[in-house]
Design a protein around this ligand. Structure first.
Ligand code: MTE
Ligand code: MO
Length: 402
């Protein structure tokens, strides 16, 4: 594959990749070494970049499975909608822009977020990520529910007149996992036709035209759901009977119990992961940090899937013995309340607490969502072999001079 046309990226991003690669060479039998592969480009910002409510585009994590495609003739670009529909359609970018435009503030999170920490418990496969494979942006575009009406699928319907129950999004990129074919993923049609689910065909990010890294000219945004379903560089939409059969829906992005390992895994026993779980991470401190004794700011993000909203974030500065509630807020630093009309339901909340740290300790942040889901306090209880969302937020805060 051709990586000679990648867009420019901010130099402060950390490039993540699989390490400890074994390479076979003629003459020298096997060399094992560690080197970050820059292709495909997978990178995250430093965690401190997540302390602002809207993540700047440059610092938004980038997750790819192949080279960034080039769509250079926007006048000729068109999205085709077919499959189990009576009247298939090809729609141009200018016609998509004529549909009612929505700006949805939504957090996008990769299912691999925090995988590096999980791999410290037991080996997991996949690209390692710290806590920043996540970002919050204003996505501008048309609602998928409006677009689907153009092919005769009405709002709030679970199936199309021809019996389709899922909607598949097909990209123009080329991935090794699909044997050189495009990335694809699906969601249930019920979600796509529900205007309240805010599934978007987005052409803007933070008020700017979507850039190449994030899916120019058009991408799907499925709020509250792991990033894998938010297909970039959208080429085709297919209404289909069952879940998409692509690699990323069938052999990746699933969750397994801890008893499953690479020898006994049966991918077909599990469905593709959808909503992400309740999550929080401290971003004002490193996992192992050294500070002066006294006042320390503990701040970070908390988010949950399915638009459920964050109820509160609890902080402990004594290894989890006692807890108190942090301040949490969304845009404009307005104190966050889960029933507030100003709430961005698909977006993270930021939390903050100024704590007194007299001596060596462990600081923990723990999010609770409005459905009373509580973030697990340690990784052992949620470990699973491939992915997904290392959930504990324990920071070892080491204090000098106490
Ligand atoms: N869409 C295409 N076409 N190709 C991809 O590799 N990666 C997915 C999703 N959509 C991907 C894709 C995954 S796993 C994630 S987490 C998000 O895009 C990342 O979006 P971002 O790079 O805009 O942050
Ligand atoms: Mo992802």
């Amino acid at each position: 594959s051709d990586y000679s046309n990648e867009p420019p990226r901010h130099p402060s991003l950390t490039i993540n990749s699989k390490c400890n690669v074994t390479v076979k060479k003629i003459l020298i039998p096997v060399i094992s070494y560690t080197r970050p592969f820059k292709e495909p480009f997978n990178a995250e910002p430093h965690r401190s970049a997540l302390l602002s409510y809207i993540t700047p585009i440059n610092f938004f994590y980038k997750r790819n499975h192949g080279p960034i495609p080039i769509v250079d003739d926007i006048k000729r670009y068109c999205l085709s909608i077919g499959g189990l529909v009576k009247n298939p359609l090809e729609i141009s970018m200018s016609d998509i822009r004529k549909l009612p435009k929505y700006n949805v503030v939504a957090t996008l999170q990769c299912a691999g977020n925090r995988r590096t920490e999980m791999s410290k418990t037991r080996t997991v496969k996949g690209i390692g990520w710290d806590v920043a494979a996540i970002g919050n942006a204003i996505w501008g575009g048309a609602k998928l529910a409006d677009v689907l009406e153009l092919v005769g699928i009405s709002k709030n319907t679970p199936s199309s007149p021809l019996g389709g129950k899922h909607i598949e999004f097909i990209s123009v990129d080329k991935c090794k996992e699909e044997n050189g074919g495009p990335y694809k993923a699906s969601i249930p049609l019920r979600q796509a036709t529900n205007p309240e689910a805010d599934v978007l065909l987005a052409y803007e990010m933070n008020g700017e035209t979507l850039n190449r890294d994030h899916g120019y000219p058009l991408r799907v945004i499925v709020p509250g759901v792991i990033g894998a379903h938010s297909v970039k560089w959208l080429d085709k939409i297919n209404i289909i009977e069952e879940e998409c059969q692509g690699f990323f829906m069938q052999k990746d992005y699933k969750m397994f119990p801890p008893s499953v390992n690479w020898d006994n895994i049966n991918w077909f026993t599990r469905k593709a992961q959808m909503d992400f779980p309740v999550q929080s991470a401290i971003c004002s401190l490193e996992d192992v940090d050294v500070v002066k004794p006294g006042k320390v700011t503990v701040a970070g993000y908390a988010v949950t899937g399915g638009g459920r909203g964050i109820e509160r974030v609890d902080i402990s500065v004594d290894w989890g013995k006692t807890w108190f509630e942090a301040q949490s807020y969304q845009r404009g630093n307005i104190p966050h309340q889960s029933d507030d009309l100003n709430t961005d339901k698909w977006a993270w909340v930021l939390f903050k607490a100024v704590v007194d740290v007299p001596e060596n300790t462990v600081i923990i942040a723990k999010a609770v969502d409005t459905a009373s889901n509580v973030q697990p306090e340690n990784v052992e209880v949620v470990w699973n072999l491939r992915v997904h969302l290392k959930l504990n937020a324990k920071n070892n805060l080491q204090v000098l001079g106490s």
